[in-house]
Design a protein around this ligand. Structure first.
Ligand SMILES: [Zn+2]
Length: 239
């Protein structure tokens, strides 16, 4: 088995919000937090946004990709599109396990939660909805570097490198993370990836030569599903 470790580093240029499960006093939408109370970008959000941008890029290159997130419109194993091979779907587990995004250890003091008021808008009437002021807890994290990981084991190195190529493509193109992007939250100013296959660094140049150029040139990737080795515990991707 071959182990792929994909690390995504990103820096916000604005405040950020990803809604958590808990309720907060005086705040309508609180931030997602880990068990210690530190704000995070949940693994499902990391996986969901990377999947979304992987779909966007591949479709732009003319590759047929199924229509997540509706399970009935997604690939039926054993025939899987390139996105489902990497990110999985309700009928086929992803070979990768994604982690929550967190500020890098040396940056953890730099992200500060603060509440922010929003007015609910009627898209139809293009006006504010009466009495619909709500408060969102945002994280002021501009300039703070965050990181998230995806780790997986693959039966052959080619599949691992293909997965790395798709993850890197999506990670380098993702413009924003979390919710309320139209209100100016969650925009990224910097993204970088670090990829290791069996502890050897994979360069972006290798991925570009081996895969991006081929995909761009119309090499489509629908294949029979590989044997799932290590089912991921996370939920199906969300858009
Ligand atoms: Zn698919």
């Amino acid at each position: 088995m071959h182990e792929l470790r994909f690390r995504w580093r990103f820096v916000f240029s604005s405040a950020f919000h990803s809604t958590g499960n808990l309720t907060g006093i005086g705040v309508d939408k609180v931030l997602a937090r880990d068990v210690r109370g530190n704000p995070i970008v949940p693994a499902t959000t990391v996986k969901g946004v990377l999947r979304h941008w992987a779909e966007v890029v591949l479709r732009g290159w003319g590759e047929p990709v199924c229509a997540a997130p509706d399970p009935s419109d997604m690939c039926l194993p054993p025939s899987l599109c390139r996105v489902c091979q990497v990110f999985g779907n309700p009928r086929h587990p992803s070979p990768l396990r994604f982690t929550d995004g967190r500020p890098r250890p040396e940056e953890r003091g730099g992200a500060i939660p603060h509440p922010r008021s929003h007015v609910a808008l009627s898209r139809r009437r293009r006006s504010a909805l009466e009495g619909r002021l709500f408060t969102v807890e945002t994280l002021w994290a501009a300039g703070v570097e965050w990181e998230a990981e995806a780790v997986g084991r693959f039966p052959d190195p080619d599949r691992a490198i293909q997965a790395a190529a798709l993850l890197a493509l999506a990670a380098l193109l993702t413009p924003a993370l979390g919710s309320s992007r139209t209100r100016g939250l969650g925009w990224l100013m910097n993204r970088a990836v670090e990829i290791r296959l069996d502890d050897q660094v994979l360069s972006l140049k290798e991925l570009e030569e081996a895969h991006w150029k081929r995909w761009q040139g119309g090499a489509h990737g629908r294949v029979a599903a590989p044997e799932a080795q290590e089912p991921a515990a996370d939920r199906p991707p969300e858009g």
